[in-house]
Design a protein around this ligand. Structure first.
Ligand SMILES: Cc1cc2nc3c(=O)[nH]c(=O)nc-3n(C[C@H](O)[C@H](O)[C@H](O)COP(=O)(O)OP(=O)(O)OC[C@H]3O[C@@H](n4cnc5c(N)ncnc54)[C@H](O)[C@@H]3O)c2cc1C
Length: 497
């Protein structure tokens, strides 16, 4: 490990999506020393040194994660580049009303128009691109036609253009996943003022008298203390609240329960967990569809989906959407099928859920995973369930279109109409877009963890800069919004915003 003994100007804790953006942007100034600390491996500057499974954009890798055999909703990456190394490479954007909500809480810098330069910067730096023609399977091509048949209009998925159907922007090229470590650190790595420390888990922050005095990390079985003028927490929606709580910042009663001495009583830490639940409706592929998918796979161009529909349940503001309808056909996400057979189906995801979950410590020991309760479909008014049922109706109609119907058997057991609430709860999956556990809030909001500039309440030199600060989840896949927010915060920290 290298680094100035007197400490750094900035320590970025967590080298995931947001951590890579901040480390890169802040080290552009050669006079600022920056160090990023990541619990998982840094596979280095040369792509050939990265495991093939991490580069393979046709599947979701399961090895470089915190808990290998945990339920799906707990999956989170553990390597430099974070969840951009294990995700679906889809990039979409939320609605005007999502941004209006953030701006109501955080002020003008969070409006859609103020965020626009950062959205564009994120698109450019990640090298996001349109879906190439050859990556459409007969299934995804028919799904585009099915959406048009249902009366949806074509929209640009990477802008707040309203409900409709279209294709996401991709951070993958010829089947190779282009992660945030490649996009943001490739050039930055050679800067003498940037230090990257991999395989180093942050244990806790030493917080006294409203300042972080140092951070204790474990690397190569040794414990070390790193110091900086300012600390940026980027351990993700599950890791950031856990680290704050281990450091004595969180709900005081809960901290005492797990043997942590409370330093700052912040009840919002670990609350407000918001993720997008969904239900997958399986459809039986015809022999013709299986054969067409097999041919695509043999050509090396089979992707389970290349389109989606943004739909409204009627329960969201005019001009916005609260559902993603996602048709898929290809190798199953979980489990295996015999050669030549594929899984097909359509999912409905609740994009702006009202339900909230929690992240709580089980122990003060950092090696014990936190308890993650997603709280899916627990909102009092039952709105999320109503939105889900509305989405499942669209799924059923889409499966029965002239475009898709001939490729699959009919929907069995009509989930929108006939499934009980209990059945739907049992079938829930996640879209993997958790946010909100260190939520930004107004000065008079007792649940706020950070202010509109991402500063942790009561700690003068600590910010949280990752997905956990988003007070509500946008009606989007979250990678692009998280990168854009990190770009905005980097600008702010550099004094340019
Ligand atoms: C399976 C999956 C599929 C997804 N698919 C998509 C998709 O297709 N499109 C999309 O837009 N979004 C997708 N997402 C979501 C997207 O990847 C996240 O929104 C985004 O990565 C969040 O960025 P982050 O910086 O907040 O956290 P992360 O990228 O998760 O980074 C957090 C980092 O902090 C590190 N860390 C945590 N604790 C510590 C510690 N104590 N010490 C040191 N380091 C620590 C972790 O190892 C990790 O590298 C997916 C997510 C998953 C899990």
């Amino acid at each position: 490990m290298t680094g100035p003994s007197a400490g750094y100007d900035v320590l970025v804790l967590g080298g995931g999506v947001a951590g890579c953006v901040l480390a890169s942007r802040l080290s552009e100034d050669p006079d600022r020393t920056v160090c990023v600390v990541e619990a998982g491996p840094d596979f280095g500057p040369d792509r050939q040194d990265w495991p093939a499974r991490v580069l393979n954009a046709r599947a979701l890798p399961r090895e470089e994660v915190w808990e290998r055999h945990a339920p799906a909703h707990r999956i989170r990456a553990r390597l430099l580049g974070g969840s951009s190394c294990i995700n679906g490479c889809w990039n979409t954007w939320g609605s005007e009303s999502d941004h209006a909500e953030w701006a109501r809480i955080g002020g003008p810098r969070w409006t859609a128009s103020a965020m626009e330069p950062y959205r564009l910067a994120a698109v450019e730096q990640m090298g996001l691109r349109q879906v190439p023609e050859r990556e459409f399977s007969p299934w995804s091509r028919s799904a585009l036609a099915a959406a048009a048949e249902l009366g949806f209009r074509e929209v640009d998925m990477a802008t707040p253009g309203g409900p409709g159907y279209g294709t996401p922007l991709l951070n993958a090229f010829d089947g190779v996943r282009h992660n945030a470590a490649f996009a943001y650190l490739e050039e930055a790595r050679s800067r003498p003022n940037l230090t990257i420390i991999g395989d180093a888990a942050v244990d806790r922050l030493d917080i006294r008298d409203g300042r972080v005095r140092g951070v204790s990390i474990e690397v190569d079985g040794r414990r070390e203390t790193l110091r900086a003028d300012s600390y940026l927490l980027a351990c993700g929606t599950f890791g950031s609240p856990a680290l704050l709580m281990r450091s004595g910042v969180g709900p005081a009663a809960h901290l005492l329960d797990v043997g942590v001495r409370p330093e700052i009583d912040l009840p919002g830490v670990g609350s407000n967990l918001t993720d997008q639940p969904g239900v997958f409706v399986p459809l039986a592929p015809t022999d013709e569809l299986n054969a067409a998918l097999a041919a695509k796979e043999a050509d090396g161009d089979l992707y389970v989906s290349r389109m989606l529909v943004r739909a409204s349940s009627g329960l969201c503001p005019d001009g916005s959407w609260d559902l993603h309808i996602l048709p898929v056909a290809g190798p199953p996400l979980f489990g295996k099928l015999p050669p030549g057979q594929y899984e097909a189906g359509i999912s409905a995801f609740v994009m702006n859920p009202a339900s909230r979950g929690t992240v709580r410590l089980v122990s003060a020991d950092r090696t014990v995973a936190p308890e993650i309760e997603p709280g899916f479909l627990t909102d009092e008014g039952g709105r999320d369930l109503a939105v889900l049922r509305s989405g499942l109706e669209i799924v059923e109609r889409m499966a029965a279109t002239q475009a898709l119907g001939p490729l699959v058997g009919p929907v069995r057991d009509h989930p929108a109409r006939d499934a009980s609430d209990q059945d739907l709860r049992a079938r829930l999956g996640t879209y993997w877009h958790p946010v909100g556990t260190c939520a930004m809030g107004a000065p008079d909001d007792p649940r706020a963890v950070v202010d509109s500039e991402a500063r942790v309440r009561g700690v003068s030199n600590l910010r949280v800069v990752d997905a956990s600060i988003l007070p509500t989840v946008p009606a989007a896949n979250t990678q692009l919004p998280v990168i854009a927010v990190a770009e905005m915060l980097a600008d702010l920290i550099r004094g340019a915003a």
